[in-house]
Design a protein around this ligand. Structure first.
Ligand SMILES: CC(C)(COP(=O)(O)OP(=O)(O)OC[C@H]1O[C@@H](n2cnc3c(N)ncnc32)[C@H](O)[C@@H]1OP(=O)(O)O)[C@@H](O)C(=O)NCCC(=O)NCCS
Length: 205
């Protein structure tokens, strides 16, 4: 097993506290998403019950049902209070959850991991790439991290392509912890604040 992030630069006490405070105060991610609450559990469970969506994601509960997703939402609300985790959701016009973003934060390294998924009928149309770009800008600008990590299953071609198009640097293969106590090999990428500052002025503008 490899502990993330692979790149570790200690953050000052002031920087760490700024990140914790931003996480505790987070309610919306621009116009893209908002904090998940217990009232979203049924709709989020419906989204994640599709194995095409939840299957590739090792950070989700092994069994997807209202109980496990309820626990997942509650755990993230506790992590938010601790300044080290957020679960954000996007909704469609009918108010149903259409995407989610799972953010694990390491204030001591000014770093975070971003994961998530889109509903099947929204995939393969560039929405994932757009959502990730919005989330990255928000994590650097509003939460204050300096490094974003991403992982994907070895066969997750779409995520790999999306991340490399955005400008993440592939760092190799790591072993990820699964909810059932086993490990899974994952591809691993990083993007720094300085790299994003250059990318957002050039290729993405
Ligand atoms: C991964 C996910 C977020 C990507 O979002 P998306 O809107 O489908 O992806 P996008 O359309 O923005 O981009 C996907 C890229 O993969 C490419 N792609 C799609 N299908 C592909 C395939 N079969 N082979 C190779 N490339 C493929 C697309 O062309 C695009 O690349 P490009 O922009 O360079 O052309 C979304 O598909 C999803 O939720 N999947 C299920 C859960 C998951 O895997 N989550 C990520 C876990 S880390």
């Amino acid at each position: 097993m490899n502990e993330m992030p692979l790149t570790r630069i200690s953050a000052s006490a002031e920087k760490q506290e700024g990140i914790r405070h931003a996480v505790r105060c987070a309610i919306t991610m621009g116009d893209l998403a908002r904090l998940a609450s217990p009232t979203d559990v049924d709709s989020l469970t419906t989204l994640l019950a599709d194995p095409e969506i939840s299957g590739p994601i090792y950070t989700l509960p092994e069994e997807i049902c209202s109980r496990t997703i309820g626990d997942f939402v509650e755990r993230h609300l506790v992590e938010r209070q601790q300044g080290k985790g957020l679960l954000m959701i996007s909704s469609d016009d009918a108010g149903e959850v259409s995407a989610y973003q799972d953010i694990q934060v390491w204030p001591q390294w000014a770093a975070c991991e971003l994961g998530g998924a889109l509903r099947g009928n929204r995939q393969n149309a560039g929405q994932g790439g757009l959502g990730v770009a919005i989330a990255i800008a928000w994590l650097f600008d509003e939460i204050g991290v300096d490094l974003i990590c991403e992982t994907a299953a070895l066969d997750n071609v779409r995520t790999a392509r999306l991340l490399e198009r955005i400008g993440f640097t592939f760092k190799g293969e790591i072993q990820s912890n699964l909810a059932d106590g086993t490990v899974r090999p994952s591809l691993y990428w990083e993007l720094t604040r300085d790299e994003w500052a250059v990318l957002s002025k050039t290729t993405l503008s």
